[in-house]
Design a protein. Structure first.
Length: 545
């Protein structure tokens, strides 16, 4: 008689336990180590969207270029991100999440290395494109990896930590950038990414396990190519229309050609996205009233938010003489106030009609721009900070309710497409905001300089009195001869006119940003919100907002 050996119960349980890709019993802490790895990439990607703002004046001075050229250091990064955001998910499904995430991290690190060693503005812009392609891969895949690896009961906590890394980089990015620029050089704001990126690459190789989606959709090559042609060309045409190198302005032949090609590419993109079965960006989602209106608001919101973040450091350093660190420090309270107000806004939205909450927040946001439209070369720090406090307060209120309303009626299987479309639109809004406000800034500087120059009458008693006072100052305090002092006094008046023209142009930009934001309030009242109550029918319950 043979006896059968019975396996211990714990071995039977281990054998029966399903070994899915989302649970790794060989290491209980695997998913948390993976979260830390993803947070490194997210922090770096978002950081480089904000850290460079405070470095623009030093970069402009280093290369001897104007703001119309240097804007592409920001715009190129944001455009590259926008192109990759909807593309990264398909690449990951096709070739593996670990592999594509690694390539994205590698591109970002290599782009950072090239940025730090750039010897011209053109090389820096190309390097920023490489950086943006990497960042546009890291951001969506980071969220997808977390969603895939964490079970539903832990997913909220994991995404919360992931969001903290993004929020921290927004708050501390300008501050870190200012410190590095003041104590070292602007190159270091890019070079500092290299060792961190290498650590992220090694962590990806060691920690992350490969995952591929068996059901891979067909890649929308027509949508990808048409979008990749439209976005850069239209922004380039916008910025070059008022560039100092373009003497013919908007009537220039090459500008008209760029606008024509971009218009054709846009028509191809829209037509294709509505007709193709598996589009790059599902524009059919815009037929949903809430999502369509919210997407429009996100675009308008992006123009003001990114445009203002681009302008303020330039004003603080070039007009008020702030150091890069001082200019970066003013943005720190914005992120803190925003983080405090976000959960508060969620609770308020549960009790009151979200439309009115959004309208109130957008009004406060516009008010902060109108306050900035009164800036001068004598503006005190407390006035600047008051406007930024209002901005952080409004930003904290806007995001949570707007996201909630936007996805209110979107089917669960379309959530990923809707989220991707919203992110792309926000990046595009920011790109258009930087391009439009920079174009406006260049135009208004020339306009105000011309007006001020015409207003100066060299034969007037006021002009003679000012030049005489300045000449005395240069003779007695600078040791200049009478002839030299006269030239110095005239030069000082010209410099003051240029300074005033520049500040007035920045004020005009902020005023336009305020008007655009106010216009964004109008669509709010067409949003459809649902209350936390029940319909008369006992079988029909209105979903909670």
């Amino acid at each position: 008689m043979t006896t059968r050996r019975i396996k211990p119960a714990h071995k039977i349980r281990r054998k029966l336990r399903p070994r899915t890709a989302s649970y790794h019993p060989q290491h209980k802490g695997y998913k948390w180590w993976l979260l830390a790895n993803v947070m490194i990439g997210t922090f770096m990607a978002v950081l480089d969207a904000t850290i460079v703002n405070v470095g623009l004046p030093k970069i402009m001075a280093s290369f001897g270029v104007g703001i119309d050229k240097i804007e592409w250091v920001i715009t190129a990064y944001m455009l590259a991100m926008a192109v990759m955001l909807p593309t990264a998910a398909w690449l990951a499904d096709k070739f593996g999440y670990k592999r594509i995430y690694f390539i994205g991290m590698l591109a970002f690190t290599f782009g950072s290395f090239l940025c730090g060693f750039s010897t011209s503005e053109d090389m820096l812009i190309i390097s920023r494109i490489i950086q943006g392609l990497g960042a546009g891969t890291i951001m969506p895949l980071g969220m997808a990896i977390i969603t895939h690896e964490f079970p539903p009961n832990q997913r909220g906590v994991a995404l919360g930590f992931w969001s903290i890394s993004a929020a921290a980089s927004v708050s501390f990015g300008p501050l870190i950038g200012g410190f590095l620029i003041d104590h070292f050089s602007w190159n270091l704001i890019f070079e500092v990414n290299v060792p961190v990126g290498v650590i992220g690459l090694l962590a990806t190789i060691i920690i992350q396990q490969e995952y591929k989606n068996k059901n891979v959709s067909r890649f929308d090559i027509v949508g990808f190519l048409s979008a990749s042609i439209f976005f850069p060309l239209v922004l380039y045409a916008l910025s070059e229309g008022t560039a100092t190198t373009n003497t013919e302005g908007w009537r220039s032949a090459h500008i008209l050609i760029y606008f024509g090609i971009s218009a054709i590419a846009l028509a191809v993109f829209i037509t294709n996205e509505f007709l193709v079965k598996e589009p790059l960006l599902d524009l059919r989602l815009l037929k949903d009233r809430n999502f369509g209106i919210s997407t429009l608001m996100i675009f308008i919101f992006g123009i003001g938010m990114f445009g203002s973040t681009f302008l303020l450091p330039v004003y603080l350093q070039n007009s008020l003489g702030y150091t890069a660190l001082q200019a970066g420090a003013v943005f720190l309270p914005v992120g803190i106030i925003q983080g405090i107000m976000s959960p508060v806004a969620g609770k308020i939205a549960d009790k009151y009609d979200t439309k009115y909450l959004l309208a109130f927040a957008l009004f406060i946001f516009a008010l902060s721009f109108f306050m900035n439209s009164k800036l001068s070369w004598l503006t005190e720090r407390r006035y600047i900070m008051a406007a930024l406090y209002l901005r952080g307060f409004s930003l904290g209120i806007i995001f949570t309710p707007l996201s909630s309303i936007a996805l209110l009626d979107i089917p669960r299987e379309k959530m990923a497409q809707a989220s991707g479309l919203s992110n792309v639109v926000r990046q595009l809004g920011g790109s258009f905001g930087v391009a439009i406000l920079t174009t406006l800034l260049t135009t208004r500087v020339g306009y105000h300089a011309q007006n001020y120059a015409q207003a100066v009458d060299i034969n007037s008693p006021a002009y003679k009195s000012i030049t005489h006072t300045l000449s005395d100052h240069f003779q007695h305090h600078a040791g200049a001869t009478k002839a030299m002092a006269a030239r110095y006094s005239q030069s000082a008046i010209v410099q003051q006119i240029s300074k005033e023209s520049y500040i007035q142009a920045i004020d005009d930009d902020f005023f336009i940003a305020g008007i655009i934001t106010l216009v964004g309030i109008i669509p709010v009242f067409w949003l459809h919100t649902k209350k936390n109550n029940k319909d008369k029918s006992p079988h029909h319950e209105i979903p909670v907002e």
